[in-house]
Design a protein around this ligand. Structure first.
Ligand code: 13P
Ligand code: SF4
Length: 319
């Protein structure tokens, strides 16, 4: 405990010394989320993290999240230094959509507007017409559908299917999935809902269809937190990475949050919904990055320019 407090103090000092700001995702270590907030940084969903990093005047942005979030901060602020506690913190959606294979997929369907989820590499974004996050994907595809456009979607097939069903858009889907959300199970969720019939079910749209079908609210991490605060219920079943419970409990004290069942549930692992890459972020990594300038994101300027165009479209649309 004393060691963690010493690290927190050290990071506060280093953030000032380096004119840096800490931007964290809701899935990372609770201490990092608290520290980001206490030091004037941000805790948010992917879209909020991107906006905050772009608009903040700090010279250095420390991104506690996964690789695509660090790359996003760099693409939107090439003049800034972007550091990550661990550059190996990746994402199964990003890894499952290599740029070469994706380019071939796009080449084979030149009549389609290319929409990619933010959970992708800069090289994949560079090939897109639009980048979207889970908080804005539905609105953007609705808009494109109304304009009569046919869509090529990548990489998350569950989010793609959810948006397709909601909008009726013509969408060709890349078959990627998130290794965390893909594990939520519909049948077991039905069982938990029988035990807690009054519980509201909050689901991230990277989850399988049978889970999304049982949701009271489907949305980004920020949307699910908002629902936990606003909905008039005492119990909630949450189908997303359980790092989110830190913020839900802080913002909705007294409410009860239950983890949605995953394939890996057992007596020893009540819930296995933890992203292993998000878990690579810790206080020690942040201190090390700030102290030594370690974990810096470098991107080719031309690649960043190409990736920025579809991202700017999303940010303008969201504004
Ligand atoms: P959000 O944009 O909803 O925060 O999601 C990011 C993510 O990686 C979910 O697994
Ligand atoms: Fe990627 Fe899934 Fe981890 Fe989110 S939870 S960062 S989508 S692997």
């Amino acid at each position: 405990k004393a060691e963690r407090e010493a690290l927190r103090t050290r990071i506060r000092h280093l953030l000032q010394r380096e004119n840096a700001v800490l931007v964290a995702h809701y899935y990372v270590d609770a201490d990092l989320q608290d520290l980001a907030r206490e030091t004037g940084g941000c805790v948010g969903d992917s879209l909020e993290m991107a906006r905050f990093g772009r608009d903040h005047p700090a010279d250095t942005i420390v991104v506690a999240g996964v690789r695509f979030m660090g790359e996003t901060a760099k693409i939107l602020g090439m003049h800034k230094r972007v550091l990550m506690p661990d550059l190996e913190a990746n994402c199964s959606l990003d890894l499952g959509c290599p740029a070469d294979a994706f380019a071939q997929f796009c080449d084979a369907h030149p009549d389609r507007t290319v929409v990619v989820y933010a959970n992708t590499s800069a090289a994949v974004k560079a090939r897109a017409d639009w980048v979207v996050t889970s908080s804005i994907g539905l609105e953007i595809v609705t808009h494109l559908h109304q304009c009569g456009e046919k869509i090529l979607w990548a990489p998350d097939r569950h989010l793609g299917r959810y948006i397709q069903q909601q909008t009726g858009a013509d969408m060709l889907l890349w078959q990627g999935s998130c290794m965390v959300h893909n594990e939520f199970k519909g049948y077991e969720l039905e069982g938990l809902r029988t035990e807690y019939p009054h519980a509201k079910v909050l689901v991230h749209p990277e989850s399988p269809e049978a889970v999304v079908a049982q949701a009271d609210v489907v949305g980004s991490t920020s949307r699910l937190i908002q629902a936990a605060v606003e909905l008039d219920a005492t119990h909630f079943i949450v189908a997303t990475d359980l790092g989110i419970l830190h913020e839900m409990r802080a913002r909705a004290p007294g409410k009860v949050f239950l983890a949605a069942p995953t394939a890996g549930n057992s007596a020893t692992c009540k819930s296995c919904a933890f992203c292993p890459w998000m878990a690579m972020n810790g206080l020690a990594g942040v201190a090390h990055a700030l102290e030594h300038g370690a974990g810096e994101i470098h991107l080719d300027a031309r690649l960043a320019d190409a990736a920025r165009r579809p991202m700017a479209r999303m940010l303008d649309f969201a504004a």
